[in-house]
Design a protein around this ligand. Structure first.
Ligand SMILES: CC(C)(COP(=O)(O)OP(=O)(O)OC[C@H]1O[C@@H](n2cnc3c(N)ncnc32)[C@H](O)[C@@H]1OP(=O)(O)O)[C@@H](O)C(=O)NCCC(=O)NCCS
Length: 188
């Protein structure tokens, strides 16, 4: 019979560390911006092969970077998600380069939370229309979050949906530097 005493030695496999919570915020620190850039390279260059070694472009010079930070004992630990937003013309905002680290996907609604922070931040800055070119495989995720497809297009050789957010579902956020918490899902 297995020893049930509290001090019994555990000799099974050590479970991988999983964050209990994530903070979704604007990237205000240099390490947060560097972590976001590294995660983008990992996802869009190494994993998806959309870009050759570097996915940065002219938009980065004036875009606002948003990050999801994993939490370790109440302290921000690592950048595990990111997205950027910019305003190419008054009232029109664009979101792009949404990425969540593979180990944290479907773990704490990070993708949905980053989209929320992106659109709500823009709503707080006078956004009238919020658009994104969404990879076709992710269009359902966006539709569930109150986006609609305007047009289907091919970008970087892959099918995309040009989509628009329904701003009625995205109230303005004015304190993005502090951000909000997203709790990790627990296994049942
Ligand atoms: C797309 C991506 C950002 C989603 O991030 P994520 O943190 O796994 O997403 P979430 O956990 O917030 O998902 C929210 C909900 O949508 C579902 N979902 C996630 N990805 C989905 C997809 N591609 N299609 C349909 N539903 C999806 C989740 O299961 C979850 O549903 P639930 O709440 O009922 O369980 C992530 O998979 C990723 O970084 N992929 C690689 C890069 C990429 O494709 N970027 C997007 C470019 S448009």
């Amino acid at each position: 019979m297995q020893d049930q005493t509290p001090n019994a030695l555990y000799d099974g496999p050590v479970p991988a560390f999983t964050a209990g919570a994530y903070r979704i915020k604007h990237a205000t620190e240099a390490w947060e911006r560097a972590g976001a850039a590294a995660l983008r390279r990992q996802v869009f260059c190494a994993e998806q092969g959309l870009f050759d070694g570097d996915d940065r472009d002219a938009v980065d010079a004036h875009a606002l970077t948003i990050v999801a930070l994993s939490d370790l004992c109440g302290m921000p630990d690592a950048v595990v998600g990111t997205v950027r937003i910019h305003q190419p013309e008054p009232g029109l905002w664009i979101g792009s380069r949404l990425a969540v680290a593979p180990a944290h996907r479907r773990a704490g609604s990070l993708g949905a939370s980053l989209i929320r922070m992106a659109v709500c931040t823009a709503a707080g800055r006078g956004c009238l229309r919020f658009h994104a070119h969404v990879q076709a495989r992710n269009a359902l995720l966006f539709r569930r979050l109150h986006w609609r497809t305007l047009e289907e297009v091919t970008l970087h050789g892959h099918p995309h949906h040009h989509m628009q957010a329904d701003l009625a579902h995205y109230p303005p956020i004015h304190d993005g530097d502090r951000g909000f918490l997203a709790l990790a899902r627990r296994a049942a």
